[in-house]
Design a protein around this ligand. Structure first.
Ligand code: CP
Ligand code: NVA
Length: 305
């Protein structure tokens, strides 16, 4: 049976570690000049209804390095943009492609696409979640800290798609997570309940409280794609939810900072903190490539299992 990555919870704890181990291996070997054409001749369709730099380029380069090719499909240029149903698009694309990556608004559309596709579907971001980003984040955190279990990650800002996927990533790998967000901007209620039940998640309105003893401090934009009309309101609501040097003093001495990017300097993160931690932030961006190569191999390589 085909396997999809529609949300991070589709992967068990063990499968997440398998992705990370394979991502590390592919990264090491790529840097050593060893090529792996594990997806020779395979095609990945990439549907984008929202902008992207990292997701688009890392998937396209990733499948090329694995011996396959990617097709960039802007949602406005294909018939989806003119109202062709997702279920028909899914059945047509399944006749041509070996996998589909989709970035769009509604999680429901990604779930429907997967339901009607006979090839694996990968979620490249929805309003609800961003699983590929969190796999790259976990890979990066493990590279720096050599473990995940027992670490504490503090997330400062909007309880958005990143916060939702980070809850799953932390709980599945045994990391504690503390989210500081204003009232009314908490992550998905069901995920919060699930996270709290695990004993690993706490939600607070106080960024300092969230950051105490943190190994990793994470933030994301105040207004996500699709929320542009709320930008001014959000600037007011989130004005105390940012990472600066003062806030980082509450974290562990060797704290690392993560940001999925793109970043808005001097909104959710000061320019000073961003530049001081730029190596780990750009390592995180690089790891999108390696983590997604691992995901594509695990989902699209028919010679595996
Ligand atoms: N972090 C991330 O998904 O970046 P893009 O929007 O550039 O793809
Ligand atoms: N929360 C952001 C993440 C971008 C990678 C957005 O959805 O725009």
């Amino acid at each position: 049976m085909k396997k999809d990555l529609l949300r991070l919870a589709d992967l068990s704890s063990q499968e997440i570690i398998e992705v990370l181990d394979l991502a590390d291996k592919l990264k090491k070997e790529q840097k050593a000049g060893i090529e792996h054409h594990l997806l020779k001749g395979k095609t990945l369709g990439m549907i984008f209804a929202k902008a992207s730099t990292r997701t688009r380029v890392s998937f396209e380069v990733g499948i090329y390095q694995l011996g396959g090719i990617a097709l960039y499909l802007n949602a406005n240029d294909i018939q989806i943009g003119r109202g062709e149903p997702i279920r028909d698009t899914a059945r047509v694309l399944s006749r041509y492609l070996d996998g589909i990556m989709i970035r769009t608004y509604k999680q429901r559309d990604v779930d429907d696409l997967a339901h009607f596709s006979s090839v694996p579907v990968i979620n490249g971001l929805t309003d609800y979640c961003h699983p590929c980003q969190v796999l790259a984040d976990l890979q990066t955190i493990r590279e720096y800290k050599h473990t995940l279990k027992g670490l504490k990650l503090a997330f400062i800002g909007d309880g958005n798609n990143m916060a939702n996927s980070l809850i799953v990533g932390c709980v599945r790998t045994g990391m504690k997570m503390s989210i500081a967000c204003p009232a009314g901007f908490a992550p998905d209620a069901e995920l919060v309940r699930w996270g709290k039940e695990s004993g690993l998640l706490e939600i607070t309105e106080d960024p300092k409280k969230a950051v105490v003893g943190a190994d990793v401090v994470y933030t994301d934009v105040w207004a996500s794609m699709g929320q542009e009309s709320e930008t001014a309101m959000r600037k007011e609501v989130f004005k105390n939810y940012y990472i600066d040097e003062k806030l980082l003093k509450f974290a562990k001495k060797d704290v690392m900072v993560q940001h999925c990017l793109p970043a808005h300097r001097d909104e959710e993160i000061t320019g000073e903190v961003f530049e001081k931690h730029s190596k780990e932030i750009f390592d995180e961006a690089e790891n999108r490539l390696h983590a997604q190569k691992a995901i594509m191999v695990m989902l699209m390589d028919s010679n595996r299992s």
